[in-house]
Design a protein around this ligand. Structure first.
Ligand code: GRF
Length: 203
């Protein structure tokens, strides 16, 4: 199966996926990496790995719909089996998301449904939570709200600040995302009307 990864920033999750895709038995091929920011370091990482890149610069579009239209055109051309959002910091329109229902994944640094949105690490610290983590979910119209596929927990330490907590969460992201993308490419994960199925059983 073919994969397109969309990123906006440093691309450490992309790097984890690139590294995993190099393993002989990895069932997916990263066709291209798309970014909405021309300066995203994720583009560098893709280039280093000889993976095609494209940029749809959101500053060049007057509306969210126009941006999504341009991004949609690129994705229709590439026609991947799965779109992997890896630190992609754009809110996609409902039409866009619907077009890829069941084959677009996202990673979010919290134990969803808690802490949708931004600055999750600081919010967890402010709330005094003892457990934090990362969630990988199907993308649906609801921001950070799609059916969860997998989560990893990270214990909050008393001397943590947002930085140190983010570091440990990202370590888990880099382990979990390649596993989930592998499972998806192996056909083991489906989004059905009843929710997420793994090996045919509802999670
Ligand atoms: C990650 O923490 C991810 O959970 C969130 O944005 C960050 C992206 O980091 N969506 P990177 O660009 O993959 O390094």
């Amino acid at each position: 199966p073919t994969i397109v990864v969309l990123a906006s920033g440093s691309g450490t999750n992309l790097q984890a996926l690139i590294d995993a895709s190099r393993e002989r038995d990895f069932p997916g091929e990263i066709l291209a990496v798309g970014c909405n920011r021309p300066g995203a370091f994720a583009l560098e990482r893709a280039a280093q790995a000889n993976i095609k890149t494209f940029v749809v610069d959101h500053k060049k579009y007057g509306s969210r719909e126009e941006f999504d239209g341009a991004l949609m055109a690129e994705l229709r051309r590439l026609n991947p089996d799965v779109i992997v959002l890896a630190g992609f910091m754009r809110i996609l329109t409902a039409d866009f998301v619907r077009a890829f229902r069941g084959r677009m994944l996202n990673i979010h640094p919290s134990l969803l449904p808690a802490y949708t949105g931004l600055n999750t690490h600081q919010r967890v610290l402010d709330a005094g939570d003892k457990v934090h983590g990362v969630s990988i979910h199907f993308v649906t119209e609801e921001l950070d709200g799609g059916p969860v596929i997998a989560q990893a927990e990270v214990a909050v330490q008393s001397d943590d600040d947002a930085e140190s907590l983010a570091e440990r969460v990202q370590q888990q992201e880099h382990v979990l995302y390649p596993i989930v993308v592998r499972w998806f490419c192996e056909g083991r994960i489906q989004l059905t009307a009843d929710g997420v199925q793994f090996d045919g059983k509802l999670l």
